[in-house]
Design a protein around this ligand. Structure first.
Ligand code: PEP
Length: 252
């Protein structure tokens, strides 16, 4: 059966000491409760080693927010999948809309990143989602289908079964405007049907599909109650322990 997951995406926030303090707080909160989902924090590269040192991987998973599309070499400023894996991190966000929009990430680059992440034992949290114009002109299903087909459908079923998907409508990210639970469910069910067409029912049923976009304690329960919504990828609300834990507790 697929897992329920709440994953934080800290983006480019917190200094190392601030990040370590936040990670410690989340770790302690998780130790004091029984979370009914897997909990992950995805942090800036600089934070991976010191955060890994202060968390207990049995209650809190650690991930990066990106990795390079090459394994090593003359790529100044890049951080590779083997480097991320060597910190103790087990997850990596790939294809976040901010990377697609601001850093020109294409499906071609993302295929390389996904392959390198998997080769190095990292679980990709692969993001997909339409922009406002595509929501409004009704092309959102086709946009998301294309992102999945181009970014992931080169994988064999075994490779694909290691992927966590995150549906993040771009118009809902950081805007305070959340997709309704019904909009999220419709899209998640559509995504699962696209996976089923390619890999069959078992793989589709076992794929965790997270919702992301202004998810907060006040709307998480309604979103996560939908049958095809298997948790959330959380930006802003992952930067405050109480808010993040409020979302984790939506599964209780
Ligand atoms: C995100 O960036 O992945 C995200 C979902 O952000 P927010 O929760 O702030 O909308």
């Amino acid at each position: 059966m697929r897992k329920n997951i709440v994953a934080g995406n800290w983006k480019m926030n917190t200094t190392v000491p601030e990040g370590v303090a936040l990670a410690k707080e989340v770790n302690a909160a998780l130790k004091g409760t029984k979370a009914n989902c897997d909990v992950i924090i995805c942090v800036p590269f600089t934070h991976l080693v010191p955060v890994n040192d202060v968390i207990d991987n049995t209650v809190l998973g650690l991930g990066a927010e990106n990795c390079a599309d090459h394994a090593s070499g003359a790529y100044t400023g890049e951080v590779s999948a083997p480097m991320v894996a060597s910190t103790g991190a087990r997850y990596v966000i790939l294809g976040h809309s901010e990377r697609r929009q601001y850093y020109g990430e294409t499906s071609e680059t993302l295929r390389e990143k996904v392959a390198l992440a998997l080769e190095n034992g990292l679980t990709p949290i692969f993001c997909i989602g339409e922009v406002l114009e595509e929501r409004e002109n009704g092309t959102y299903n086709e946009v998301v289908r294309k992102q999945i087909e181009e970014g992931l459908f080169n994988l064999c079923a075994e490779g694909f079964s290691k992927i966590i998907l995150a549906y993040e409508p771009v118009w809902a990210i950081g805007t305070g405007k959340t997709a309704t639970a019904d909009q999220a469910e419709d899209m998640h069910a559509f995504i699962r049907s696209v996976i089923e067409e390619k890999y069959g029912k078992e793989v589709a049923e076992n794929t965790s599909i997270l919702y992301g976009g202004s998810c907060k304690p006040s709307n998480a329960k309604e979103l996560f109650a939908k049958p095809d919504v298997d948790g959330g990828l959380i930006g802003g609300a992952s930067l405050k322990c109480a808010d993040f834990m409020g979302i984790v507790e939506a599964f209780n």
